[in-house]
Ligand binder design. Structure first.
Ligand SMILES: NC(=O)c1ccc[n+]([C@@H]2O[C@H](COP(=O)([O-])OP(=O)(O)OC[C@H]3O[C@@H](n4cnc5c(N)ncnc54)[C@H](OP(=O)(O)O)[C@@H]3O)[C@@H](O)[C@H]2O)c1
Length: 326
């Protein structure tokens, strides 16, 4: 029986996933949220493929543990940079360190993500799920973009979610002041916003040799949500874990998107693991996407940059083309 288009993601989750034997020897792969779950599995798969991994993590103890374990298992060298992605100052500092240290960034994987059941604000007074899942990844990508372009061919992977289908994005009420906070809706809003910006990133990067795609990493057993109250933790630990899959599939899918030769020129798509899939229609609203873009620039302080504003007016591919002289 063929499912209606909006439910096709259920069937796609059961499809045989694509894999690749292509290697990433020496390619600099920056990955956020590498200390557990999806990111940890991606790090292991990238190490197996020979990548030069740069992890961006908020917890030094966990980062050092992963570094030691993966270096020992795969005989690679792993670097890491400290940053709490709920703080934009940390995101900027991490980007600066990476730009200083690495002449190449070949793959950027924005994976760090959170789910809160209660409304919480970051130090800028922004709802934390929106700040970490969308704004921080948007800012980090923008700050590393010129290095990715210089390193082309390069790839950006946004670890998104089927949660974008939950809706919840209201640009008049990003902080959930007018509405009752609902964790899944807030999560949906953040993932929807991230997805909406992927299409514009992709358009603006056309011809630059840099691709950007979003992916859902499967319904997998990780620590997401374990920061919440004990009842939620019990629910996740004792009930959800039985229906969730091993996040090794997420690592394999991310590796496929990062390394497969057939993915070299694919950009501006949403993948259910490795299956190309149509997102929810509200995530395809291009005019909403442009508003999300501008609001994201304002909230992260990017719109304060006069150079970007100037070049934006000069060229539709303003993110990477050198503005005309004179
Ligand atoms: N699990 C699923 O079924 C599923 C489904 C769809 C999408 N996803 C997406 O997959 C991505 C990874 O999540 P996961 O399921 O693997 O969850 P996880 O096990 O909780 O891993 C999340 C990672 O993000 C890091 N992180 C969280 N908040 C951060 C912050 N403020 N600053 C820096 N790093 C931060 C965590 O660091 P710590 O170790 O220090 O906490 C951890 O490394 C997320 O974007 C999530 O939305 C997951």
């Amino acid at each position: 029986m063929k499912l209606p288009e909006e439910l096709q993601f259920i069937a796609n989750a059961r499809m045989i996933q694509k894999t690749t034997d292509a290697r990433l020897d020496g390619r600099v792969c920056v990955i956020t949220g590498a200390t557990s779950g999806v990111g940890y599995q991606a790090v292991k798969r990238l190490a197996q493929g020979g990548a030069h991994i740069v992890m961006v993590c908020r917890n030094a103890e966990k980062a050092n543990r992963v570094k030691k374990e993966v270096e020992h298992e795969f005989h690679v060298e792993i670097d890491w940079v400290e940053a709490d992605f709920s703080r934009f100052t940390d995101v900027k500092r991490a980007a600066e360190k990476i730009l200083q240290k690495y002449q190449h960034v070949d793959v950027l994987i924005n994976n760090a993500g959170v789910h809160y059941t209660h409304r919480t604000l970051n130090e800028n007074g922004i709802e934390i799920v929106f700040a970490v899942n969308h704004l921080a990844s948007f800012l980090f990508t923008r700050l590393l973009l010129h290095r990715l372009i210089e390193s082309a061919p390069a790839r950006i992977i946004q670890v998104n979610s089927q949660g974008h289908r939950f809706g919840g994005l209201d640009l008049q009420d990003l902080n959930w002041v007018k509405r009752r906070y609902r964790g899944l809706k807030s999560y949906g809003a953040s993932k929807n916003a991230q997805l909406l910006t992927v299409w514009d990133f992709s358009d603006q990067l056309k011809g630059s040799g840099v691709t950007i795609n979003a992916m859902h990493p499967g319904e997998v057993r990780t620590n997401i949500g374990m920061n919440n109250e004990w009842l939620y933790r019990m629910y996740q630990h004792y009930l959800l874990r039985w229906i969730l899959k091993d996040p090794v599939i997420s690592g394999e899918a991310i590796y496929y998107l990062a390394a497969a030769p057939e993915m070299a020129e694919v950009s501006g798509r949403f993948f259910n693991l490795t299956i190309d899939e149509k997102p929810a229609s509200h995530a395809l609203d291009r005019s909403l996407g442009k508003r999300v873009w501008r609001i994201s620039e304002e909230l992260t302080g990017l719109s304060q940059s006069p150079v970007m504003m100037e070049s934006e007016q000069q060229d539709t591919n303003w993110l990477w083309k050198v503005p005309a002289q004179g």
